[in-house]
Design a protein around this ligand. Structure first.
Ligand SMILES: Nc1ncnc2c1ncn2[C@@H]1O[C@H](COP(=O)(O)OP(=O)(O)OP(=O)(O)O)[C@@H](O)[C@H]1O
Ligand SMILES: [Mg+2]
Length: 224
């Protein structure tokens, strides 16, 4: 699928740009071939050093995660990788949670489905690590949740030895905390007291790890 797609052709293809070119973030656009639509996340438009280090690394990480997550309802399919620099991913007709008005309420059902989805990919041995960022969860036109943007995800296998296994446990918890955070915004009545307690009880260690990770990401983006 999308076998003939080449990076330099993308701007000329029937393509609508969701996010334009930038030096440190991928260009995001929608392409269509034989009636099938896909989102292209393209790092090739970034600066040389950025695209060949961070860009290639993130494409490789994200592709690896999508391969592991194949056939989970709620995770789009990866159609292909172009030149190690762009991902071609099934388009989910949807709105992301960030674009949704803060006041827009979502039914309880949506968050139950999101929790099931998170449990399902955890069973495949992956944690997302960036679920609290609202643009990474999509509300499908079918009313169901979809999780995208797997570049920061980590796998249980890679983190199996001490002390990484402890970090993995933290991030597992973090994915669940992210659901509570999103739920507080879009379905506050559905948040249980127990969830509020858990959310407020996030430990210092967890905050520290998260701060380090965010800092690392900032540095990576600055060096390139
Ligand atoms: N498969 C998809 N189907 C529909 N929309 C998508 C898809 N992939 C990405 N998008 C849209 O593009 C936006 C950005 O995608 P993504 O999160 O993968 O990129 P990003 O560089 O991490 O952006 P951000 O930093 O905003 O999270 C999403 O919030 C969503 O609106
Ligand atoms: Mg994202």
């Amino acid at each position: 699928m999308f076998d003939s797609l080449k990076l330099p052709d993308i701007p000329d293809k029937q393509c609508s740009i969701l996010r334009g070119r930038s030096r440190t973030r991928p260009m995001i656009c929608v392409v269509e071939e034989n009636g099938v639509r896909a989102v292209v996340k393209d790092f090739s438009t970034g600066r040389f050093l950025f695209r060949n280090t961070v860009g290639r690394f993130l494409v490789w990480r994200e592709a690896k995660a999508y391969k592991r997550l194949q056939n989970i309802k709620g995770i789009p399919a990866l159609y292909r990788i172009i030149d190690g620099l762009a991902l071609v991913i099934e388009e989910i007709p949807s709105t992301n949670l960030e674009s949704l008005e803060k006041e827009t309420k979502l039914p309880d059902k949506f968050f139950n489905a999101l929790k099931d989805l998170v449990d399902r990919y955890h069973k495949r041995g992956l944690v997302h690590c960036d679920l609290k960022r609202a643009p990474n969860t999509l509300v499908g036109h079918d009313g169901l949740p979809y999780v995208i943007d797997w570049g920061a995800s980590i796998s249980e296998r890679e983190f199996r030895f001490f002390p990484l296994n402890l970090i993995y446990q933290r991030f597992l918890l973090d994915d669940h905390m992210a659901i509570i955070k999103l739920k507080l915004r879009h379905a506050p009545e559905a948040v249980t007291l127990e969830e509020i307690r858990r959310y407020n009880r996030r430990s210092g260690a967890e905050k520290l790890i998260r701060a380090i990770r965010d800092r690392l990401r900032d540095i990576l983006q600055k060096v390139a």
